[in-house]
Design a protein around this ligand. Sequence first.
Ligand SMILES: [Zn+2]
Ligand SMILES: [Zn+2]
Length: 384
Amino acid sequence: MLAMNYRGPGRVRAEEKPMPEILHPEDCIVKVLRSCICGSDLHLYNGNVPDTRVGTTFGHEFVGEVVELGSEVHKLKLGDKVLVPFNIACGKCSFCRQGLYGNCHESNPEATAVGGIFGYSHTAGGYDGGQAEYVRVPYANFGPTIIPEGMDLDDAVLLTDVVPTGYQAAEMGGIQPGDTVVIFGAGPIGIMAAKCSWLFGAGRVIVIDQNEFRLEFVKNYAKCESYNFKSIEDPVQFIKQTTDWLGADVCIDAVGAEAAGSAMQTITGRKTLLQAGSATALFWAINSVKKGGIVSIVGVYGPTGNLVPIGNVLNKGITIRANQASVKRLLPKLIDHVQKGTIKPKELITHRMPLRNVSDAYRIFSDKLDNCIKPILIPPTAKE
Ligand SMILES: [Zn+2]
Ligand SMILES: [Zn+2]
């Protein structure tokens, strides 16, 4: 089958790989109909995630058709169209029983932090992902969710990560009616966090980024304010000034390890890898939230440490909340929002490319060329 194949930092190719096989009676095989490239795939692509092995197939955002079933899968049948949460969860361990499906202990037993994630290095279990014609899906009685009749596959594929992660970013912010919410990052997750902040009763939503096209997009899509940090001298000062010098009620870091905007962070976090990526957005979030405020982190960082102003966290009495989105927990509510039209995910898709052009797709997305917000890949076996 054709699949994206990682060859080392900055190099991915579409190549023939062996078909995935059922390895456990609760596995199924899904024929991929759509898969996305995610901003967090760029951390892998750029070589910033440890134990990303040559030969791995990335892709944790995909939908498809069930084409093979393990002997103990009874919740699915052949031909079902499913959306598959990016986190691989057993549904039964003590963490899954608390609804912490991003922290499943069974799907990634070697790790003490994250659970299994499709196509996200051996630190997340070493599972191959869905930027391929076919993919093995473990725990098929739990994770894969049947796509409701009539739902567009482009909407469905964004329910595997972008919508739930953006929603959970706002949820973890504990937004109270009238709150001012500041979101760092106008990528797909930041855009969705801005949209969802209103659902929790925000009074004012501000997005900070450096990409003019994305700032314009989020302003229209999420009906919020958006500012370019390159044209405001100091984002922290700017946010304080616009909030009566108190700071924002809630700050959301929707950037993670690839953040720009601070030479010191870029050199130590991206050029020399002395820390697990550049923590500029998190730094700004901590320093611009009000005393007693909440910082919600959904931007992805590597497993080692980062330079953040922890003294300010203590002295301001900040609450920090963070996690990978618990997709399966949020799906019923979010499917409802998409069906009612309160959230229109597919408007974020700017590029559709054949899987065989995966290398161009990564380059365009990584270099933010051609006003790209969200690219999706169509495998040759999936007819549009
Ligand atoms: Zn993703
Ligand atoms: Zn579990």
